[in-house]
Ligand binder design. Structure first.
Ligand code: AMP
Length: 209
């Protein structure tokens, strides 16, 4: 299965990606996670990406595209992958398309998770991440277990201002990739309002069609 997960920030992509990759036994490739690791490790890429990410801006295409193409060449991608947070621009979608085509590969589906704006803000502001496992929680909807509650952290770009910028970027830069995949007839639209289990069921049903 070669899949892409698209949706606004706070749509539940990270949570759903965990469920999907478990079900299909494919690697979860999150460009946000990869970039956060690079920032933490202080690599050249991380140094370049840090300021963009803190503002909620997109990291330049050339940096992200090179990072993803290299990742897709790793042996664990041979039976498929789930891309989460990539492509996020038309240029990224075109580069991915060219790279897959050059290897005679095609995408199976692009899952678009739709969530209304007011719910996005509520979800993001309460979002916390376990830095040890990468698991995602919400202070009211899905509180972390007591044993790890003291170590969960809020992402630096989960501030209201950065979230507003990220939403604007989603509308101006990322939403335009949707028709690109619709034209290829591989787009699956899924309602992202509901519990993680409900949304996971909708995704499984959409992928089985
Ligand atoms: P995410 O965890 O997917 O919300 O990504 C967090 C941040 O990482 C984004 O706000 C961007 O600054 C950066 N980022 C992640 N993926 C991409 C991408 N495909 N293109 C450009 N920037 C990205």
């Amino acid at each position: 299965m070669r899949l892409i997960l698209v949706g606004p920030p706070g749509a539940g992509k990270g949570t759903q990606a965990t469920a999907i990759t478990k079900r299909y036994g494919i690697p979860h490739i999150s460009t946000g996670d990869m970039l956060r690791s690079a920032v933490k490790a202080g690599t050249e890429l991380g140094k370049k990406a840090d300021a963009y990410m803190q503002r909620g801006d997109l990291v330049p295409d050339d940096l992200v595209i090179a990072m993803v193409i290299e990742r897709l060449q790793q042996p664990d991608c041979v039976n498929g992958f789930l891309l989460d947070g990539f492509p996020r621009t038309r240029a990224q979608a075109a580069s991915l398309d060219a790279a897959l085509e050059a290897n005679d590969l095609a995408l199976d589906a692009v899952v678009l998770i739709n969530v209304p704006d007011d719910l996005i803000v509520e979800r993001i502001v309460g979002r916390r991440m376990d830095p040890v496992t990468g698991d995602i929680y919400h202070i009211s909807f899905n509180p972390p277990p007591a044993a790890i509650a003291s170590r969960v952290v809020q992402r630096k770009d989960d501030t209201e201002e950065a979230v507003r910028t990220r939403l604007e970027k989603y509308v101006s830069e990322t939403a335009p990739i949707v028709p690109f995949y619709q034209d290829k007839d591989i787009l699956k639209r899924v309602d992202g309002v509901g519990s993680p289990a409900e949304v996971a069921e909708r995704i499984a049903a959409a992928l089985a069609m």
